[in-house]
Ligand binder design. Sequence first.
Ligand SMILES: [Zn+2]
Length: 129
Amino acid sequence: MTDDEPVRDAGFDDFLDALADGEGYYVECANGHGSLPPRRVCPECGSADLTETPLPDAGEVATYTRVHVPAPSFADDAPYVTAVVDFGPVRLTGHVLADYEDVEVGMAVEPAVGETATRGERLVVFEPR
Ligand SMILES: [Zn+2]
C-alpha cells in the first residue's frame, strides 16, 4: 500500500454506506466477539460465523490524540483529533469533529461519515453529543 493508492475495501465501504444512512453495524461471532470494521473472520477466535449487529447510537472516547504532522492523504486536514471510541463490544477509530481542548476521555460522541479535506475520501467521524 502506498499513500497514492486509496485503499479499496468492499467491507469497509459497505460499512460506511450503512453508517451514513444511520444504520451502522458491527459483526459479532457466535462467541460474542465484536469486530469493526467488519471482517469476514473473527480476529479473536477465527470464527467465520459472523452476524451483523446494530452499532449503538453513541460511544465514549477511550483515547484521543492531536495530529499535527499527518500522512500526505490528510495533509490539508491537520491539525485534527483522532480518537478511539468505545461502543461496548467494539471500538472504532476516526476523526473527532471538535477542538482538541474540547475532547476528553469518556466524552459521548456519535459516529458519522465525513470526508477528508485533502482528497475528499470518506472516513469515520465522531460528533460530540
Ligand atoms: Zn470470535
